[in-house]
Design a protein around this ligand. Structure first.
Ligand SMILES: NC(=O)c1ccc[n+]([C@@H]2O[C@H](COP(=O)([O-])OP(=O)(O)OC[C@H]3O[C@@H](n4cnc5c(N)ncnc54)[C@H](OP(=O)(O)O)[C@@H]3O)[C@@H](O)[C@H]2O)c1
Length: 272
């Protein structure tokens, strides 16, 4: 019987690449994201690779929808081996420009979305005495990044969630792994939230990220998919992806300098 992986945010970007990689490695899949058409298209690609795929349109911010997702997945396959928490959004700007609703978008998707799946699936993993939970965090969950405060808040929380779960669940046969990518050329700009002092500042922030994404050394969703595979296959507690290793090391060695560089880079019109 093929192993089963459930991937959130599977319709695009890192989740999409991870779905195809896991299918090639012999996994059958449960795919979750909000937009049904895109999700069905990914399910068809997985099926074309000779693997089964169950597409379940789900908003991970809604605990009831996530419960229904897990229920449907377990009814369909009977078991799940790997949970890959990946659905997330990017949010950037001066902290005073974010509304409470912006904060909720970030925390509800990037943190609560992960908690909802873990809460719903953990009893199954504990009953089996096995299972793997992968949480896609970010370099922003290891290194504080000014002008990404709600994002960094959500990702630091995911790091804490991952590390505490790793320690607690290890003796119960459940493996927990955190993934820490740098900026990745995925589809995140489609749903990214930018805020600024005014419209020009907001647009400049958007343009700045678009410019950086054109730099050829920026890593691709396939690189993160490979890191996730590596984490699952070799039972790693964390995988820091490619260039993110450099950022973590630089921040450890020269924290003030790194924070100065970040502030300079992201300040734009936010002058005081
Ligand atoms: N790209 C980067 O630079 C980068 C760097 C470090 C970490 N990451 C992390 O990697 C993960 C994936 O990001 P990505 O870059 O691949 O983003 P992406 O290309 O924008 O893909 C995001 C995926 O998540 C789904 N999604 C978003 N909100 C959702 C919700 N409320 N419920 C269910 N699904 C939802 C989207 O589909 P629908 O819109 O149809 O729901 C889509 O499938 C995120 O956790 C992100 O924080 C990304």
């Amino acid at each position: 019987m093929a192993p089963i992986a459930l991937i959130t945010g599977a319709s695009q970007g890192i989740g999409y690449s991870t779905a195809l990689l896991f299918a090639r490695k012999g996994y059958d899949l449960v795919l979750a994201a909000r937009q049904p058409d895109r999700l069905s298209a990914v399910a068809q690609e997985v099926q074309a690779l000779g693997r089964a795929a169950l597409a379940v349109p789900t908003d991970v911010r809604d605990a009831e929808q996530v419960k229904a997702l897990i229920h449907q997945a377990l009814n369909h396959y009977g078991f799940i081996d790997v949970l890959i928490n990946n659905a997330g959004i990017y949010i950037s700007g001066p902290v005073e420009e974010f509304s409470l609703s912006d904060w909720h978008q970030a925390i509800d998707t990037n943190l609560w979305g992960y908690i909802h799946t873990i809460q719903a699936l953990l009893p199954h993993f504990i009953a089996r005495g096995s299972g793997t939970i992968v949480n896609v965090s970010s370099i922003g969950g290891k290194v504080p990044i000014p002008y990404l405060t709600p994002y960094s808040t959500s990702k630091f929380a995911v790091t804490g969630l991952t590390e505490a779960l790793h320690s607690e669940l290890l003796p119960k046969g459940i493996h927990v792994c955190g993934i820490y990518p740098n900026l990745i050329d995925s589809n995140f700009m489609e749903r990214a939230i930018f805020r600024g002092k005014d419209e020009r500042d907001t647009q400049a922030r958007r343009d700045q990220v678009n410019q950086v994404l054109k730099v050829p050394v920026v890593e691709k969703p396939e690189d993160v998919a490979q890191a996730i595979w590596d984490g699952v296959e070799h039972k790693r507690d964390e995988v820091i992806v490619g260039s993110a290793n450099l950022s973590v090391a630089a921040n450890r060695a020269f924290p003030s300098l790194m924070q100065w560089v970040f502030r300079k880079t992201f300040k734009l019109k936010d002058q005081h």
